[in-house]
Design a protein around this ligand. Structure first.
Ligand SMILES: [Mn+2]
Length: 447
């Protein structure tokens, strides 16, 4: 344990040094002397009540320190960074005790009572403020024009795309934690019949997370609910479902994992057909992971996924046209309507990688980018039977390409998605798959 803390400190020390050098260049480019990064301010759930959402720190702040305390600041100048933590005086509530001693060991820090104390020690010259709350900056004497200035943001946002060794380590641990949850749910599904709510609660318990700690609300969907891409309105009762899709992650030091697994059971003809598709989606996902090439646009992988989705649908007898035709006519988008993946980091859908325009019309890809060393992103193909999209296809010229009898039989099992978190390590294998190290299988029939 001590070793782990020490090595985390060493990793963070190097991360902070890299970050400082990058910030120094960014400040230079933006003709600034310093920047004040704000942790965030409490956001009201509704203006008509007095309850607040749990604080999600501003990612630029979190890039330096995973501290979910309101109104803390990191002042970064070209020659150093310092953390200012607000003393908590409220007798109503208190933030969680800090779980990042490695940060406090490396980053110079102090506490304060009033904003004026921070204002009094800010560097001279042109100082920017990065925050969702320009008014807090004004209390520090930083005008609204200096809040999130474009010239600075376009320098510091892309810094999050290339992960340091510390960040890669945090992403790996976030995968390790989430894997406990996925394994627990796979076993629960294999051996019994549980409601979505109970599976969701079992995931939280296995990963030792409160619902507000997860990077995004767990998606736990049985049967036809798994065709709802973000299904979070959990059913309260078990109903002997033959399929389960779990899209759920964990955080470690602010870094997110985002993992999807799909499981099926049953031996009847429909279950067998669904399992055939599941098996093929698993193979496709692994092939896509192996196809990551440095310098190539991410969209190449997305487009390859569409061709393979068409092959699978054709081999399963769900469509009756050739693969390329199915892609060209937008038939695969009925069954695979989302992007193949997104960059990952301090936010589940992280900024940083989206640099290139997508070429294919309506590709649904969140961002396209040339694949480079240090990036982390997900690869998450899927095949679903989504009633609203199928209705659209049934009402237009795609109708004749789809075998509706097959669709109707498979629709009660919902859909399939398999998602891993990847680091472009640039080594012999090009990528490191954080997820498969802990969850070797992406989906299967567990009967
Ligand atoms: Mn995802």
């Amino acid at each position: 344990m001590l070793m782990r803390v020490n090595s985390l400190t060493a990793l963070y020390r190097s991360h902070a040094a890299t970050l400082l050098a990058s910030y120094a260049r960014a400040l230079e480019q933006a003709e600034l002397d310093a920047v004040v990064l704000h942790s965030g301010a409490p956001q009201k759930r509704t203006v008509f009540d007095d309850q607040y959402w749990p604080l999600r720190p501003v990612p630029h702040f979190q890039h330096w320190a995973p501290i979910a305390e309101a109104n803390c600041f990191i002042v970064v100048a070209k020659d150093g960074a310092k953390l200012y933590r607000k003393k908590v005086t409220s007798f109503w509530e208190r933030p969680q005790p800090l779980s990042c001693p490695h940060v406090l060991e490396v980053l110079s820090h102090c506490t304060f009572d009033e904003l004026d104390e921070v204002r009094a020690v800010l560097p001279q010259g042109r100082v920017a403020f990065v925050s969702e709350n320009a008014n807090i900056g004004e209390s520090l004497g930083l005008t609204a024009e200096m809040c999130n200035p474009e010239r600075l943001m376009k320098e510091i946002d892309p810094l999050r795309a290339r992960k340091t060794a510390y960040e890669a380590h945090c992403l790996r641990i976030a995968n390790e934690i989430a894997a406990h949850g996925h394994r627990t749910l796979e076993e629960a599904f294999r051996d019994g019949d549980h409601s979505e709510l109970d599976l969701h609660l079992a995931f939280l318990k296995a990963t030792r997370q409160d619902a507000t700690d997860t990077p995004y609300t767990n998606i736990v969907a049985v049967a036809e609910n798994s065709s709802i891409l973000h299904h979070i309105s959990y059913e309260r009762n078990p109903r002997g479902a033959q399929s389960l899709l779990v899209d759920a992650g964990a955080t470690y030091m602010g870094y997110c994992s985002d993992i999807t697994r799909t499981w099926a059971k049953g031996t009847n003809e429909v279950a067998k057909k669904f399992s055939f598709i599941l098996d093929r989606v698993e193979k496709m996902q692994q092939t896509l992971c192996r196809s990551v090439k440095l310098g190539e646009p991410y969209e190449v992988l997305h487009n390859a996924a569409h061709i393979e989705v068409a092959n699978i649908l054709r081999d399963a007898g769900v469509i009756g046209v050739a693969a390329q035709e199915a892609v060209d006519r937008g038939i695969t988008r009925t069954f695979f309507p989302h992007g193949l993946g997104h960059s990952l980091g301090l936010q589940c859908h992280d900024i940083g990688c989206a640099e290139l325009a997508t070429e294919s019309k309506g590709s649904a890809l969140r961002g396209n980018f040339p694949i480079r060393e240090g990036q982390s992103f997900t690869i998450e193909p899927g095949i679903y039977f989504i009633d609203t999209l199928l209705e659209q296809a049934r009402s237009d010229e795609r109708r004749d390409a789809i075998v509706w009898r097959e669709v109707e039989q498979l629709a009660p099992l919902g859909g399939i998605r398999i998602e891993d978190d990847i680091l472009v390590s640039g080594g012999a294998n090009v990528i490191e798959n954080f997820t498969r190290d802990y969850l070797p299988v992406g989906g299967a029939n567990v009967t």
